[in-house]
Design a protein around this ligand. Structure first.
Ligand SMILES: Cc1cc2nc3c(=O)[nH]c(=O)nc-3n(C[C@H](O)[C@H](O)[C@H](O)COP(=O)(O)O)c2cc1C
Length: 190
């Protein structure tokens, strides 16, 4: 597919509709390499990516289940089980976090935006290789116990959990903002 067609056809796939296989080792290498090839004012590389494969996803799932139960002791077995399965719903999980340099001449907001570009590039590379992806920021991405277990230093924020896999049914297109509503000329036509 032409690059422009890839850009015009990327669509998120619900993690609930993801199945095996995930990318091979060499495909993952390409996804990660494309992922970090982003605009980065000051060349700070203010982002990190953790690759969480099946064994890690299951460990993380155990943690999600126990933390969810601590947060809400009224959770039933089915809900706790859903939490246990949360990280392993896709064949592969990438956790993208920031590493902001707060006292730098490059504003923190620009460093954060660069991290967003990492997530988008990961999704585009995933799509280019024929896989599907979804960018999520659900409760475990901000939970302190989970953050600490993942080894995230104090103050580090999660930019996204990027789930990657295959799907049996291509996601339907969603309603999109239209160029005419978003884009204008300047100066405006008289
Ligand atoms: C920073 C960020 C966080 C997101 N977190 C969630 C989330 O937690 N749950 C969710 O259903 N969608 C979330 N989304 C939206 C999906 O990733 C996806 O963009 C959306 O379903 C629209 O699909 P599209 O990518 O095909 O436009 C998030 C998107 C962004 C940019």
């Amino acid at each position: 597919m032409e690059a422009i067609d890839l850009l015009l056809s990327r669509r998120s796939c619900s993690v609930k509709a993801m199945v095996e296989p995930g990318p091979s080792e060499s495909e993952l290498e390409q996804i990660l390499t494309a992922g970090i090839r982003v605009p980065d004012h000051g060349k700070l590389a203010p982002w990190r990516i953790q690759v969480v494969e099946k064994a890690g996803q299951e460990m993380l799932g155990e943690l999600c289940a126990s933390v969810a139960k601590q947060r809400d002791p009224s959770l039933g077995e089915t809900e706790v089980e859903l939490e246990r399965l949360r990280p392993s719903r896709s064949p592969l999980l990438l956790i993208v976090t920031d590493r902001l340099e707060r006292d730098h001449r490059i504003p923190v907001s620009e460093q954060v935006l660069s991290g967003g570009a990492v997530c988008q590039n990961l999704l585009m590379a995933t799509h280019a290789l024929g896989y599907v992806g979804q960018w999520l920021t659900q409760w475990p991405t901000t939970d302190d116990t989970i953050r600490a277990a993942l080894g995230h230093p104090e103050g580090v924020k999660t930019i996204g959990w990027i789930h990657i896999g295959s799907t049996e049914s291509a996601p339907e297109e969603r309603r999109r903002a239209s160029v005419v509503d978003i884009v204008s000329n300047w100066p405006p036509e008289p």
